[in-house]
Design a protein around this ligand. Structure first.
Ligand SMILES: *Cc1c(COP(=O)(O)O)cnc(C)c1O
Length: 420
């Protein structure tokens, strides 16, 4: 069981709403920092440990700056994400660039920033060399294919578009060595939202064993191994948070038995998690606009799946608390919906909640990763503001809400007048 308690009261949210109307995402700085410190402390038993926050989970430079202060780097996969990291003061080997189907200009920017470049395919060696030149250190993404089972969100590795096969890894590192590259990294990412710590231990062992094998056979030295992201979070109250110490203990033992025992030089161990870093510490706050009673009872909010699309997209569970009614019995059953003209625009289906009235405020939990970030404008819907609840209780707006002018910014209405 995890506590789904909120870090704010209804009164505090009403006060915030005097300045910032609903809907908005609000992130809890104190909880993000505490979790970052807890993760760092747990993982410091692994050699050279560093976490590169997956920018795509919460691509806001204020959050990146805060995580930089906690000693995290950034994992980027596009040009805008590289620029966001740079704006937040994250550069050089504090950036991991893990992209796929990558355009040349993104390699150029990553190289300019001095980022670690993680190649998704063997053909990208030549492409990178041609467009940006080979950097001093290069990393490959490994897809273990049939050697590893996947999970529901990411699918089985054999069906995944990412990474090198095992044979390609050997060949790729040989090519790099011949081309004079001196430093090497290896990466994999085979799970998403995985709650079983054993999964990460097995992945670590698989990579560590491969590093020993390739180091010997190809005659190269690895600087780092990146175990990817994918640590899950307990979206449901009956689930448990992944115990960091279980991953660390297992990965440390695997490291000692493989890389440690082989007499190789130290290989630093990296993670590039997004979800587990910020996910549980964000809330989408939305007000009840309408109640509707037909074949079912519907709650209509002033937000929609453009603000949080995981329930509509994956049928994902997001816990909901009705502010000020935290202690009331859950004796009503509702579908909690948004205003988009898609029937899957539902934050919850058949959810047991206290009796809801128009004007009630709902906190939709765990919106701190892959929440606002996945927003879109379909059906003329606008993305909301993002607020940061500071450690001293004050609130800063870290992204304003979109306006109709933003939505129309790419249209030329002047041209329309002449168009016939
Ligand atoms: C999405 C992604 C991550 C982060 O995944 P989380 O589930 O948020 O931890 C890390 N690395 C790569 C390459 C990704 O695509």
């Amino acid at each position: 069981m995890v506590s789904k308690e909120l870090p704010f009261t209804k009164e505090e949210i009403l006060k915030i709403m005097e300045k910032y109307p609903t809907p908005f995402h609000i992130y809890d700085e104190k909880a993000i920092r505490e979790n970052a410190r807890r993760l760092k402390k747990a993982f410091e038993d692994l050699p050279g440990f560093k976490e590169f926050f997956a920018v795509k989970a919460l691509p806001n430079p204020y959050i990146l700056k805060l995580l930089k202060e906690e000693g995290f780097g950034a994992d980027c996969s596009s040009l805008p994400e590289l620029i966001l990291a740079e704006k937040a003061g994250i550069t050089g080997e504090d950036i991991m660039f893990s992209s796929n189907d990558t355009p040349a200009e993104e390699f150029v920017k990553a190289k300019e920033l001095g980022a670690y470049i993680n190649l998704d395919d063997i053909s990208h060696i030549e492409y990178l060399e041609k467009h940006a030149g080979l950097p001093e250190i290069v990393c490959f993404r490994y897809n273990p294919g049939p050697l590893k089972e996947g999970n529901a969100i990411i699918g089985t590795p054999e069906e995944a578009k990412y990474g090198f096969t095992r044979e390609q890894l050997f060949e790729g590192y040989r090519i790099l060595k011949e081309k004079g590259v001196k430093r090497f990294g290896m990466h994999t990412m085979v799970a998403s939202n995985e709650l079983d710590p054993k999964y990460f231990v097995e992945t670590a062992r698989l990579l560590f064993e491969l590093i020993v094998e390739i180091s010997k056979e190809v005659g190269i030295k690895f600087d780092f191994v990146n175990l990817g992201g994918g640590i899950g979070i307990p979206y449901r109250p009956e689930q448990e948070a992944v115990p960091y110490d279980v991953i660390v203990k297992g990965a440390k033992a695997a490291y000692d038995e493989t890389i440690g025992a082989s007499g190789l030089d130290r290989v630093s161990v990296f993670l590039e998690c997004g979800r587990v870093i910020t996910g549980p510490y964000g809330y989408l706050i939305s007000q009840v606009r309408h109640l509707k009673h037909t074949y079912k009872d519907y709650v209509g909010l002033d937000s929609c799946m453009a603000n949080l699309m995981r329930p509509g997209l994956y049928g994902a569970y997001h816990h909901i608390t009705v502010l000020g009614k935290e202690k009331e019995a859950l004796d009503h059953t509702y579908d909690v919906t948004g205003s988009l003209c898609e029937n899957n625009d539902k934050f919850a289906i058949n959810r047991e909640l206290p009796e809801i009235e128009v004007g009630d405020l709902l906190a939709i939990h765990d919106s701190g990763a892959h929440g606002h970030a996945m927003g879109f404008n379909y059906n003329g819907k606008l993305r909301s503001a993002e607020l940061l609840l500071r450690e001293d209780g004050s609130v800063v707006m870290i992204r304003r809400a979109e306006t109709i002018e933003d939505y129309f910014a790419t249209l030329d209405f002047e041209g329309l007048k002449e168009f016939e």
